[in-house]
Design a protein around this ligand. Sequence first.
Ligand SMILES: [Fe+2]
Length: 266
Amino acid sequence: MNSNDYEKIASWFAQYVAPYLEMEQEIRDTVQMKVDHTHRVVAEMNLLIQSLELPENDRYTSLSVALLHDVGRFEQFVKYRTLNDRQSESHAQISIDELKSHRVLDHLTVEEIEIIFKAIDAHSRKTIPENLDQRSVLFSKLIRDADKLDIWKVLIEADQGTTTALNAIVFSDLPDNEEYNPKALKAISSGEMFDLAEIRSRNDFRLLAMAWVFDLNFSASFHLVLERGYIDMLAERLPEHENIKKAVLTVNNYLARHKNRQDLQD
Ligand SMILES: [Fe+2]
């Protein structure tokens, strides 16, 4: 695929979103938030593909995945008034269904369409499905990293109270106290992610967000997390317990160890 193919998709996206931005305030605000997220994920994707020096075709495929990965969020919110997949349905699947019914990718090859759908499907799963072909795995890894790089920013801003509207959505009713789930620390010490279902407090959310480093795939992503100080900003708001300090150290050591890894070789 080339820049023309991508431009077609980008202009479809702008047209598709427009009517949602005319709807009632609650929908408009949520849609705008997700549109902004989408454009930032495209920017993050650009950083990753520059660092990897991907060929033209792969660059535009990556950017398309980034632009389309959350396109189902708008229908999800209109239909269910929630962005919680467990209280509605998989937003990744809604994205794929919308792209199919609007025939957005008809100008691409069958292989490109398949890869885009598989990467969209993989972006919101806990891990990348095991039976995926190598190319779909590459684009799945790219969107998972690009998405996380922006979600960290959104979560941290919400945590710091600089975006009050988001605060309600991201942390909804989570208590901001000294509590934390020991399972989160255990997950971090074994280099694993922590299940969203186990979250009981804001501290759990902060620890969950830290554990996402274990799912990063590209050297550029590790560098960006370090440069932006995401982990330190999350750590600042956690209680001063020895166990927590140890967990933060584990995460920082992991980042330091992986930031100069060789990409595209595993
Ligand atoms: Fe998503």
